[in-house]
Structures are given as structure tokens and as C-alpha cells.
Design a protein around this ligand. Structure first.
Ligand SMILES: Cc1cc2nc3c(=O)[nH]c(=O)nc-3n(C[C@H](O)[C@H](O)[C@H](O)COP(=O)(O)O)c2cc1C
Length: 172
């Protein structure tokens, strides 16, 4: 098992990819490997016990297409003993009834397969009707919430605050 962090993402219009690169840019190069699921196998996840995973929500609460394509394989992965930090991309104004739902689906899968979610993110500063990506008490998202459609100006600062929390949870 490598000590490196595996950062897995997929992106239809490039926003999640840009955020993934920004996150990786704040981690030492020798510590992180970027994997785009559109072109790289999801089975590589098993090489890491520290994972960052990024997923945008599409089509009214649905998984992004590359995540959807690998979902059956992902459901077979044993996440026990692995720490997982999630980040989700969504549009709270345009799709406020399904804000970041795909991050919620991914979190449910990881937890059902024994993984530990780390680095939740407060809901303050967002306006939406419903989200599947909330902690039970509703005070936090289960991972970093990024809205490039309505709050792009906040993204860099949000990432800069979240990455140290992830590294601390990973004990790095
Ligand atoms: C047709 C369409 C459907 C979308 N559905 C949702 C949704 O249900 N929930 C949400 O939070 N965002 C939704 N979004 C917003 C995207 O998640 C957002 O634009 C994201 O940044 C796209 O990431 P990507 O460029 O990595 O694919 C939708 C966007 C489009 C164009």
C-alpha cells in the first residue's frame, strides 16, 4: 500500500478537473497522484488508503457519466481501512433541489463499503433547497462543496481552507 494520496475525479465540462488540479497543486507533488476516471481504471483506487474523490452532479441529481460507467465496479471495492475526502461540484441556484446529490451517492457507497469519510464542510454560505450530500444533522456537507456556476469567486479560498483539513485527517 502506497503512502501517496490517490485523487480520483471525472468531469464533463472541465470544472471538476480544474478543481482537482487546484487541490493537487496544494499538496506536495510527491504525495499525490491524479486519476481521471474517463481514461484510467477505477481499480487503481485499491492502491491507496488515503483517497480524495471529486464528482459533479448532472441531470437532476444523477451521477456524472464517467462515474456512472464505473459505478458497478466501484460497488465491489472494499473501502475498509481507507480514509476518503470527497469534493462535489454543483449549481445551487440552477439545481437547488438536487444540490451535490452525486457527492451524497458517492459518500453512501464509500460508507456502505466500510470507508471513513473525512473533512466535512459547513453549509454556511450556500443557499439550496435540498441535498443528498448532507451529514445527518444537516450542519455540514459530507465533503467540500464547490459551485463554479454561481460562486466561482469563492472556490480558491474554499480549497485553500479544506486541503489542510484533509491532510490533517490523513495524518500527513
Ligand atoms: C444539464 C445539467 C444538469 C445539472 N444537474 C445538476 C444537479 O442536479 N445538481 C447540481 O448540484 N448541479 C447540477 N448541474 C451543475 C453541474 O454539476 C456543474 O455545472 C458542475 O460544475 C459541472 O462539473 P463538470 O464541468 O466537472 O462536469 C447540472 C448542470 C447541467 C448543465
Amino acid at each position: 500500500m502506497t503512502q501517496r494520496i490517490g485523487l480520483f475525479y471525472a468531469s464533463t465540462t472541465g470544472n471538476t478537473e480544474t478543481v482537482a488540479e487546484q487541490i493537487a497543486g496544494l499538496i506536495e507533488e510527491a504525495q499525490v497522484d491524479l486519476h481521471d476516471l474517463a481514461s484510467e481504471p477505477v481499480s487503481s483506487i485499491t492502491q491507496y488508503d488515503r483517497l480524495i474523490m471529486g464528482i459533479p452532479t448532472w441531470d437532476f441529481g444523477e451521477l456524472q457519466e464517467d462515474w456512472d460507467a464505473v459505478w458497478p465496479e466501484l460497488e465491489q471495492i472494499d473501502f475498509s481501512g481507507r480514509k476518503v475526502a470527497l469534493f462535489g461540484l454543483g449549481d445551487q441556484l440552477g439545481y437547488g433541489e438536487w444540490f451535490l446529490d452525486a457527492m451524497g451517492l458517492l459518500g453512501e457507497l464509500v460508507q456502505a463499503r466500510g470507508g471513513e469519510l473525512v473533512a466535512p464542510w459547513p453549509v454556511n454560505g450556500y443557499e439550496f433547497e435540498q441535498s443528498r450530500a448532507l451529514n445527518p444533522d444537516g450542519t455540514h456537507f459530507i465533503g467540500l462543496a464547490i459551485d463554479e456556476d454561481g460562486q466561482a469567486g469563492e472556490t480558491a479560498e474554499r480549497i485553500a481552507r479544506w486541503v489542510p483539513e484533509v491532510l490533517s485527517a490523513f495524518e500527513l
